[in-house]
Design a protein. Structure first.
Length: 256
């Protein structure tokens, strides 16, 4: 059963057709991936699926809800969280407080409760701290909880952004180039974390250029080229697809 479904999604930027009638299914409980050459529309599609862009045409369903054209806050309330190609952290906050921002996604106590430090505020503070620490533990950087976010090395900043998204307790996690800038050892460790996230019940949809990682971690792939879907299937099916080989993977990758 699809947790997220898109049908006939179109998006233009002036005279440029970024997406031309794209269909996508993300099965619940899966790690799915969108791949394709640079400029094929992958990030544009993620932006539409998270509400950052409005599609010019097409339907999007998230669970039982019709979401096409909804703002990001509605996607977030429905249970979607995402990371970005460019890291977006609160560099002046600690690692822990960055993740607590995600843990408080559903809202906190009232302003009066905060001002008077009522029990409801203290309980919310304790709960957000517990969820944030659990997310940091999951990605392996709980020992850096009190460090300034800006002091982390690049790979750990990537993990911090992932922890913040996990702390939001999403049903669906969108990852845009999560391994960008990582070496292979770091990227493989990241993919192990993504598998554990899926095993904890969070469906994952990722865009990633590292084909070795994508083929190893994904249950299902969708391939875009020039804004159109040219293939969909399992990693084995995608490796053997002549259209994908011609557009993206290359003959050497097809036999890897």
């Amino acid at each position: 059963m699809s947790l997220l479904q898109a049908r006939g999604v179109q998006k233009r930027f002036g005279g440029v057709i970024a997406l031309d009638g794209v269909d996508l299914d993300v099965p619940a409980g899966s790690i799915s991936a969108v791949i394709g050459p640079n400029g094929s529309g992958k990030t544009t599609l993620l932006n539409i699926l998270s509400g950052a862009y409005k599609p010019d045409a097409g339907a999007i369903r998230f669970g039982a809800q019709d979401m096409a054209g909804s703002p990001p806050r509605r996607f977030a309330r429905a249970g979607l969280a995402r990371s970005f190609q460019n890291i977006r952290l609160f560099s002046g906050l600690s690692v822990l407080d960055n993740v607590r921002v995600g843990a408080m996604r559903g809202g906190g106590p009232s302003l009066l409760s905060v001002l008077l430090n009522l029990p409801a505020n203290r309980a919310a503070e304790a709960a957000s701290r517990e969820m944030a620490l659990a997310a940091l533990q999951k990605v392996g950087i709980a020992d850096r909880a009190d460090a300034p976010a800006a002091s982390l090395p690049y790979a750990q900043q990537r993990l911090l952004e992932l922890a913040r998204a996990i702390a939001a307790r999403p049903r669906l996690l969108l990852l845009d180039e999560p391994a960008a800038g990582m070496n292979m050892t770091e990227a493989m460790a990241l993919m192990d974390i993504v598998r554990r996230v899926r095993d904890d019940g969070i469906t994952v949809l990722l865009v990633e250029h590292n084909m070795r990682l994508v083929m190893q971690v994904s249950d299902h792939l969708t391939v875009l080229d020039f804004g159109r879907r040219i293939a969909t299937g399992t990693p084995a099916e995608i490796r053997a697809n002549p259209a994908v080989i011609a557009a993206y993977l290359g003959s050497k990758a097809a036999h890897a």
